[in-house]
Design a protein around this ligand. Structure first.
Ligand SMILES: Cc1ncc(COP(=O)(O)O)c(C=O)c1O
Length: 390
């Protein structure tokens, strides 16, 4: 079993404590974008990719055709803010809400999920106190807090590389102003059992607001329907839980910059009033709103992406097992695995124009590789098999 093999190896090597986004293996300056259906039919498209991008957890198969069709349709309205009957911010909010069984008053749009997460952090950090974050994770709240010299408490993942909810709950005090979890977690790819996460949210949200980052939730195969793994039920129950989601991952629209928060309407209203001042200026642009509406209407794209992801995952596991490299079974579109010497490994990959991430401070020799297209992965595996970095 993959899980057993990987566990056997990495348990030996678990180390402790740190935060940060890890080091991205950036090898070059600009990254031409030509691997999508729009670019491939566009005579003005940029030259072929210079790099194999396995570092930002992008979905290489997009953007969805439904999104691109809407972009084409609305492009000549780029002179206007996205306040049209059919491509309005509120149309998108209502569509998102309908999918979740919520109202549009539960939805706050932003430039990717990054921007509204930072808004949320700012909102709660002004109250002082301390925020609690897992480690390692995609720690933008912790990073932002540290920039403001605000207090953060990072709780290291447990021996299964899952967020340590027991320790996180113990860390909550009456000084805690925000608790952050990532479900599934980036970079480890682990998903805490949804019922445990639900209990955690239920208990902890009575003491402090809980942000659940669900950037990769659609990729999970831990439950037959990914929606059952989501913490939206906590919002429906009226609890002090906020969910962040994005069109950047399974929807393959990272460059369009659309994401959103789901939360209680009073909080969403406070954030909207405070950060948009009620104007469309600090909201996604017209093309992005149209693209997101088109993506939600494209009923096949997410399922197809998920199938391709599952195929890539199976091959990746096999490759790592052949090479006897420990890895963590993933619930997302990337894999976390241990290499003997990450800096050397990263350099070799960069030299071959392959970009990847890893080296989070508490896990210095763990690499995170996003699943690319089969032809990209073949190049990656060739380099991976090279002995010289070991
Ligand atoms: C867990 C997680 N949350 C949020 C983001 C932010 O992405 P975006 O701003 O594109 O939605 C990322 C990006 O990699 C991520 O991994």
């Amino acid at each position: 079993m993959a899980a057993d093999i990987s566990r056997r190896h990495w348990l030996k090597n678990a180390t402790v404590l740190s935060t940060g986004l890890g080091s991205l293996a950036l090898g070059g300056k600009t990254f031409a974008h030509s691997e999508n259906s729009l670019a491939s039919t566009d005579p003005l498209s940029e030259p072929a990719e210079q790099y194999i991008r396995l570092f930002y957890n992008e979905n290489p198969y997009g953007p969805p055709a439904g999104a691109l069709a809407k972009v084409m349709e609305v492009a000549n309205r780029g002179n206007r803010y996205a306040t049209f009957a059919t491509y309005d911010f509120d149309v998108l909010r209502a569509k998102i809400a309908a999918e979740e069984g919520l109202t549009k008053d539960h939805v706050l749009l932003g430039h990717g999920s990054f921007q509204p997460i930072i808004w949320l952090a700012q909102h709660f950090l002004q109250k002082g106190g301390e925020i609690i974050v897992p480690s390692p994770t995609f720690d933008i709240v912790g990073m932002y807090a540290r920039k403001l010299n605000a207090k953060t408490r990072a709780i290291e993942v447990n021996e299964k590389m899952e967020m340590n909810l027991v320790e996180m709950e113990k860390a909550v005090t009456d000084q805690t102003t925000l608790v952050c979890v990532c479900h599934p977690n980036n970079p480890t790819g682990t998903l805490v059992d949804p019922s445990q996460m639900n209990d955690f949210c239920e208990t902890v949200s009575k003491k402090a607001p809980v942000l659940v980052d669900e950037a990769y939730i659609q990729y999970t195969d831990a439950v037959p329907n990914w929606r059952d793994a989501s913490m939206v039920k906590q919002i429906k129950a009226g609890n002090n839980v906020i969910i962040s989601r994005t069109f950047s991952k399974i929807y393959a629209m990272a460059g369009f910059r659309v994401g959103y928060l789901l939360g209680q309407p009073d909080l969403i209203k406070s954030l909207t009033d405070r950060f948009t001042l009620g104007f469309p200026g600090n909201m996604p642009n017209t093309l992005s709103v149209a693209a997101a509406i088109g993506a939600l209407e494209d009923t096949t794209f997410v399922d197809q992406s998920k199938q391709k992801n599952a195929a890539a995952k199976a091959i990746f596991y096999q490759q790592l097992e052949k090479l006897d490299l420990p890895y963590i079974p993933t619930q997302a579109n990337f894999l976390y695995f241990k290499v003997p010497n990450f800096p050397v490994f990263k350099q070799l990959m960069n030299d071959k124009k392959i970009l990847l991430a890893g080296g989070w401070p508490s896990k210095p020799d763990w690499a995170r590789v996003t699943f690319g297209k089969p032809e990209e992965m073949r190049v990656f595996y060739e380099v991976l098999k090279a002995e010289k970095w070991r």
